[in-house]
Design a protein around this ligand. Structure first.
Ligand SMILES: Cc1cc2nc3c(=O)[nH]c(=O)nc-3n(C[C@H](O)[C@H](O)[C@H](O)COP(=O)(O)O)c2cc1C
Length: 326
């Protein structure tokens, strides 16, 4: 279970920074592994309304957004934290949100489905100096539509009035309890799921498709990830095309090594879909080996055939798990 934190304030060790740290700690204590992006320290250009994304599904601006699209796609949980700047989020975070028009376009204009859409949840943390009733209205609306573009269900928020000087957030009474309660609610039904890791050699094709089908078909019942014994630099473009034919969006997904995947996040089961003996035996971890041909470098026809075989395997696997839990 991967939680991505987006720290939206330009102030170092400011209120939203401290609040997000506390929140991400609470998620880690409940079994998530996490990464926090300090948005103001990243190179993110504002949207230039080139509308390329609406026609072609990608943004031609060269900055760090491709990495962030990938992290949003990988995340089960997205936590956005920000101070109120003139009744909304600071411009740096707003630039990132506006650039998610690319994800909006892939979802609504190209009608592609993010495999994580049935699992992913978004949560908002907000702080502001004044006490007006409507202080967080703009931020809430912005967060709602951002999470929707990122295929995340808006799962709630914690917002604090009267927080101004650096560190004021820590003076809020009952803060730790509120954070703990919100973290419990946010992870309800997600923590404690069976963790399955699909592995192949390059994590470019077969294991990516298997994890995507598992996320799509099992939804919140499985915690599915993928990795490779010798990860390639990027996923296979023909695999992206073959999945796109079924309306499944595999763009922006990255590859990872088996070592990275299991570090601090040991799966309950590893399913090898093409690394055979190169995939390590992990002590205490159940294992299955699915024999599947390597479609890399072959024709589109073979890619499609392997894709469909993987989907059948994954569906049968999920059906067997349901049968066991009855
Ligand atoms: C440019 C700017 C605009 C702000 N606008 C508002 C505002 O509209 N309403 C409000 O209550 N506080 C406003 N604030 C105050 C911040 O929301 C507040 O100090 C917050 O605690 C800062 O959080 P941080 O430490 O995470 O940056 C503004 C602060 C700045 C610097």
């Amino acid at each position: 279970m991967f939680a991505l934190g987006l720290q939206g304030s330009p102030r170092k060790k400011g209120n939203s920074d401290l609040l997000l740290d506390m929140f991400m700690d609470a998620l880690r204590q409940r079994g998530a592994h996490s990464q926090t992006i300090h948005v103001a320290r990243r190179h993110i250009e504002p949207c230039k309304e080139l509308t390329v994304c609406e026609r072609k599904g990608f943004c031609p601006i060269e900055d760090e957004m491709d990495e962030i699209y990938g992290l949003l796609r990988q995340a089960d949980i997205i936590v956005a934290a920000a101070p109120i700047f003139f009744y909304n989020v600071p411009a740096q975070l707003k630039a990132l949100i506006d650039r998610c028009q690319t994800l909006w376009a892939r979802k609504y204009a190209l009608k592609l489905k993010d495999p994580g859409h049935g699992v992913r949840r978004g949560f908002l943390l907000g702080v502001g100096a004044t006490r007006g009733k409507q202080l967080f209205d703009g931020m809430h609306l912005t967060a709602k539509y951002f999470f929707d573009a990122a295929a995340a269900a808006y799962a709630g928020s914690l917002t604090f009035h009267g927080v101004e000087g650096r560190g004021d957030i820590l003076k809020q009474s009952g803060l730790e309890e509120q954070v703990a309660q919100a973290a419990d609610q946010l992870l309800e039904g997600l923590s404690g799921r069976r963790k399955v890791l699909f592995a192949c050699r390059e994590n470019a094709c077969r294991s990516q498709m298997a994890a995507a089908f598992a996320r799509l078909h099992a939804g919140q019942r499985l915690d599915a990830a993928s990795a490779g014994s010798q990860p390639a630099r990027s996923v296979n473009p023909m695999m992206i095309e073959a999945m796109q034919e079924l309306g499944i969006d595999m763009a922006y997904l990255g590859t990872q090594s088996l070592e990275t995947a299991v570090a601090g996040n040991m799966p309950d089961e590893i399913i090898t879909v093409g690394c055979g003996e190169q995939c390590p035996v992990l002590p205490g971890v159940e294992r299955q080996d699915w024999e599947l041909p390597d479609p890399a470098g072959q024709s589109m026809e073979i890619m499609r055939r392997v894709r469909d075989q993987i989907e059948e395997h994954v569906k049968a696997y999920i059906a067997a798990l349901q049968h066991l839990s009855k």
